[in-house]
Design a protein around this ligand. Structure first.
Ligand code: PEP
Length: 253
């Protein structure tokens, strides 16, 4: 049984006081919700504020990125050991906005994953096709290539720590959610690719989140799919009502 995992990606949004109050409300609202891992990923500069607000609750905190080197002359970057030192648990790596806006490659994502694992952070690694790639019938090839390039060199022990987020680029922030069947098809194919690379027990254990316009009113049918184990949520993670609605919808409460 894979434990559901809902993560909120706040992207480059909110002020410090917004972050404090959102994290405080979520931490309070989660006190009663069990059976699901829940994390929020604020901007770097507000990590400590959010960590303080979430302390003692079931809410975990993640970063949205990291730099693969541990320290040095890398102006403006933040390393995995720095995030671990703060008390961060997760790191979103290879988000499509970083791949497409900032040109991040699979090889760079892989080096970030290795750095995260080396510091004890739990990576959430994003893969997903553009609309053009989907319309050209290349979805499974694109996702498989991203998997092999970003994760395929990991040992079985390292891979066991990974969460994958399948996020079709055309569904992110657009309000166009993939149908449960479209998402399930990709998740199931990805699990087969993982089985071929590792083995059936590794493939059965890895959590694969869906991401792309997840809302309280569509999460339950997405989660009902056999191979969908959670959600990576952007826009709907920015208010306590919608994010808690997604958490509760995901676990059928
Ligand atoms: C995301 O940023 O990972 C995402 C899925 O965004 P949204 O939920 O807004 O589509």
């Amino acid at each position: 049984m894979r434990r559901p995992f809902i993560a909120g990606n706040w992207k480059m949004n909110l002020t410090q006081s917004d972050c404090r109050s959102l994290a405080t409300d979520l931490a309070a609202g989660l006190a009663t919700s069990e059976g699901c891992d829940v994390a929020i990923c604020p901007p770097f500069v507000y990590l400590e504020t959010v960590l303080n607000a979430a302390a003692g609750s079931a809410l975990k905190v993640g970063a949205q990125n990291l730099y693969p080197e541990p320290s040095g002359a890398f102006t403006g970057e933040v390393s995995a050991p720095m995030l671990a030192d703060l008390g961060v648990t997760y790191a979103i790596l290879g988000h499509s906005e970083r791949r497409h806006i900032l040109g991040e490659t699979d090889a760079q994502v892989y080096s970030k994953v290795k750095a995260a694992l080396g510091s004890g952070l739990l990576p959430i690694v994003c893969v997903g096709e553009t609309l053009e790639q989907r319309e050209a019938g290349r979805t499974n090839d694109v996702v498989s290539t991203q998997f092999h390039g970003s994760l395929g060199e990991l040992s079985e022990e390292e891979f066991a720590i990974i969460t994958i987020a399948y996020e079709p680029v055309w569904a992110i922030g657009t309000g166009k959610v993939a149908t449960p069947e479209q998402a399930e098809e990709v998740h199931s194919n990805l699990r087969n690719v993982i089985e071929s690379r590792y083995n059936s027990s590794v493939a059965a254990a890895v959590r694969i989140q869906y991401g792309g316009s997840v809302k309280p009113d569509n999460v339950t049918e997405l989660m009902a799919q056999e191979n969908i184990d959670g959600a990576l949520v952007g826009g709907a993670s920015l208010t306590p009502e919608s994010f808690l609605g997604i958490v509760h919808g995901a676990i059928g409460q």
